[in-house]
Design a protein around this ligand. Sequence first.
Ligand code: ATP
Ligand code: MG
Length: 372
Amino acid sequence: MAEVKLVNVWKIFGGFVAVRDLSLEVGDGEFLVLLGPSGCGKTTTLRMIAGLEEPSRGRIIIGDKVVADAERGVFVPPKERDVAMVFQSYALYPHMSVYDNIAFPLKLRKLPKQEIDKRVREVAEMLGLTELLNRKPRELSGGQRQRVALGRAIVRRPKVFLMDEPLSNLDAKLRVKMRAELKKLQRQLGVTTIYVTHDQVEAMTMGDRIAVMNKGILQQVGTPEEVYEKPKNTFVAGFIGTPPMNFIEGTVREDGFIDFGEFKLKLLPDQFEVLQEANIVEKTIIFGIRPEDIYDAMFAQIKIPGENMARAKVDIVENLGGEKIVHLRIGEITFQAKFTGESKVKEGQEIDVVFDMKRAHVFKKENGEAVF
Ligand SMILES: Nc1ncnc2c1ncn2[C@@H]1O[C@H](COP(=O)(O)OP(=O)(O)OP(=O)(O)O)[C@@H](O)[C@H]1O
Ligand SMILES: [Mg+2]
């Protein structure tokens, strides 16, 4: 059963559509990541679920309760929704101790003192804050403060966590650590979580599923593997993965090759069949291939000259230690490859590169939709 359900939800500010016809279901106990570039409507979506913003159209259901229905004029205020939100700028009360900061939501609810004490200590233990309960926020590191903010959300035992880029104020190393901790914690608690980020690595590593948004429109929902392996369009394909997928315009020929002008690649028989069935022969398409699916021919398993191989010039080599990002050029066509550390390519060299055709994608030129 879905714990959170959005049905044809819109948010229009003045004339501006921030969220367009969004339908999404988040399962009980699921960790769903809302991913997309700045301004795509992530925070607005989260705020509508929290009850901080009313949808212009559509319905929002939490558990078995309709919390918003624009058409019927239903709107349940945030207090009654049983959700806890953690923001990027987590405002702790500076004059209160860690203990009192965590205890605060329970005091508001007028829980018995003993119960409050039990819960605060339980949460502090879980978050490794037990030793710090008497400190004030200013006496804590950024990561510790973030954990206090989480503690304050957890202590309420809400039905749903809503997190809006909660780790973005932390330095890179701490972020990676907190990422893992947060994920573990969510598993332990089993609380349905919607987590907003524009960081695709965060999304890939944390999410059970990822919902990718762009310009207020949901592009694709799927497991990290699905959105990576089977992106529905060029937006998703280009947004997930670093360096991003290469897109090269080409024409599908009758002989089963894609013709890029400067070079050609042979499609696999089943790929060509799909293109024939879709009536995309002798038409311009967008060929997509990830940098890690292009190899230095010296180290490639299957190389068939004239079919999956081409001669390219090495423009730039970025050595990352274990691997190399290699900027390549064939005539006017530029693309990037990720080679293993063993590759010895040098800038200015001409090399043979192999395209792993079974990992290739084809998108329609007119709308960027994936064919495969
Ligand atoms: N109260 C408002 N009035 C008018 N426009 C708004 C309002 N709130 C948000 N917007 C607009 O709606 C769009 C979506 O905003 P939102 O804050 O949801 O984006 P976001 O995906 O969270 O971006 P970011 O990653 O930068 O936080 C933006 O273009 C924003 O300018
Ligand atoms: Mg935002």
